[in-house]
Design a protein around this ligand. Structure first.
Ligand code: NAD
Length: 484
């Protein structure tokens, strides 16, 4: 059976414990590879390699760092088919999605930050009349930790690593133990791109062991984490007393507000995507759909008609719209919420059941599910399900719509469908979300700030925000004499 290895100091190595974890193929339910069950010893080795590499990497010219990142971007592009196939097998997502979204975005992350670092400037402030000059240095932090989830494996792993190393840091990174494969393959490409050994170290294993060891490591200066809100809270409790810099990108329960004056056909097509892309396992999916009552019945009929014919199947089948959910426990969690919805008076309009895919009987397939629910207080509208399940609620007024949209502990993203400019402005300002999309969804410009309000996170990624996070600013104040 294939063994995934840690990547430390530029070489692949086995876990010090000699222990391994099973890695499942979600589309068949079979174990197809094993990953290191790394512990604090492996993290310590990774740290030492990173610490050793830091003096040289942090003094490497911006031009050289930029070229290496851009080379990595090129290599990811050249390996698109291989990486996309690995991602689809490891995660259960449709190959078409991995090929058009996940892997191109991983490449874009390196290309973007390879370019962004060449434009990242520090400031100078002359205190005129006081004969004082201030300039601000932005220095890399040292060794930083990056921990990522399973839903967009290489996409989110590289979204953290790229700005960290572009800014001159060295990294100890841990991908999700549920989807480790493409992070493993990235190691090879790093070597090929000429990234010096120790700049990026990849440690595989469980969250409470390998992940925790990164968080509690005394000398790791910052933690950039994307994952569940509960895990984020635990990490914050652990890291805050150690005065580590923290960036937390957490869960979401995003509203999708549909007004009668929208471009209906565009809204319908995009809403199908924003509900079920990646089996609904994107933190930005619009899982709570609020519809103006004058078009509620029409929307319900048209939406359910479109969703009912979506094909759930083998991720490698080109006609597949939804692949498998990522794991058996996750499938069970999502199904349990469908049961909760029924107990709360919800009416399942379509889906709600497991799907049997011929020849893949052990796979974790679930039909896309639309549930009409009595009100926004239902648990299915308050708790993150993170699967192919959306709810419908009608609203009468804008005031009612915004109240329901904001009545949730999360605040990651929101989508708004309307042609009314005044309403767009009013609601965009009122929505409690880090990202508001109007008449579009998942439309990303990597220069923009990305992150959540409330329990969806702390801090922002993207553009110069990420480079600021991965650097410490230091102001130097010089007083000068005005002599001859
Ligand atoms: P998770 O919190 O279970 O795990 C995320 C990562 O943290 C994994 O690598 C895991 O091994 C690690 N981890 C777990 N316990 C840890 C600990 N005690 N110390 C250190 N690391 C630990 O999340 P998940 O199930 O992998 O991902 C799904 C969640 O991620 C959802 O809530 C989703 O909304 C969220 N998410 C958020 C964003 C965003 O940008 N806000 C993006 C994608 C996913």
């Amino acid at each position: 059976m294939e063994k995934i290895l840690n990547y430390i100091d530029g070489t692949f190595c086995e876990p010090s414990s000699g222990q391994w974890l099973d890695n499942y193929n979600p589309s068949t339910g079979e174990v197809y590879s094993q990953i290191p069950d790394s512990n604090a010893d492996d993290v310590s080795e990774a740290y030492k390699a990173a610490e050793k590499a830091f003096p040289s990497w942090s003094n490497t010219t911006i031009d050289k760092r930029s070229r290496i990142l851009i080379k990595l971007a090129d290599l990811i592009e050249e390996n698109l088919d291989r990486l996309a196939a690995a991602e689809a097998k490891d995660n259960g997502k449709p190959l078409s999605l991995a090929t058009t979204v996940d892997i191109p975005r991983a490449s874009a992350n390196f290309r973007f930050f390879g370019n962004a670092i060449t434009q990242f400037a520090s400031q100078a402030h002359e205190s005129v009349g006081l004969q004082t000059m201030n300039f601000t240095l932005r220095e890399p932090l040292g060794v930083v930790g990056c921990i990522s989830p399973w839903n967009l494996p290489l996409y989110l792993f590289t979204w953290k690593i790229a700005p960290a190393i572009a800014a001159g840091n060295c990294v100890v990174a841990k991908p999700s133990e549920v989807t480790p494969m493409t992070a493993y393959l990235l190691g090879e490409l790093c070597t090929e791109a000429g990234l010096p050994p120790g700049v990026l170290n990849i440690v595989h294993g469980n969250g409470p062991t390998a992940g925790e060891a990164i968080v509690v490591h005394q000398k790791i200066k910052a933690i950039s984490f994307t994952g569940g809100t509960k895990t984020g809270e635990h990490i914050a409790r652990t890291a805050a007393p150690m005065f580590k810099k923290l960036s937390l990108e957490l869960g979401g329960k995003n509203p999708n507000l549909i007004f009668a004056d929208c471009n209906y056909d565009k809204m319908l097509a995009v809403t199908v995507r924003s509900s079920f892309a990646n089996q609904g396992q994107i933190c930005l999916c619009g899982s709570r759909i609020f519809i103006e009552d004058s078009i509620y019945e029409k929307f319900k009929k048209d939406f359910v008609a479109k969703v009912s014919v979506m094909k759930v199947g083998d991720p490698f089948d080109s006609g597949t719209h939804l692949g498998a959910l990522v794991s058996q426990p996750h499938l069970e969690k999502v199904i349990s919420y469908i049961e909760i919805a029924k107990e709360e008076g919800g009416k399942v309009l379509c889906g709600g059941e497991k799907v049997n895919v011929a020849g893949k009987e052990g796979g974790y397939y679930l039909a896309p599910t639309v549930i009409e629910i009595p009100n926004n207080k239902c648990r299915v509208n308050q708790e993150e399900i993170f699967g192919p399940v959306v709810t419908l609620i009608a609203f009468k007024t804008e005031v009612e719509a915004i109240a329901m949209a904001n009545d949730v502990k999360y605040g990651l993203s929101a989508t708004l469908w309307t042609k009314d400019v005044d309403r767009t402005m009013r609601l965009s300002k009122k929505l409690e979300a880090g990202i508001v999309w109007v008449n579009t969804w998942l439309n990303r410009d990597l220069r923009t700030p990305f992150g959540g309000m409330k329990e969806s996170g702390v801090g922002r990624e993207g553009g110069f925000e990420a480079l600021r996070f991965f650097t410490e600013s230091k102001n130097v104040c010089i007083s000068w004499e005005d002599g001859e």
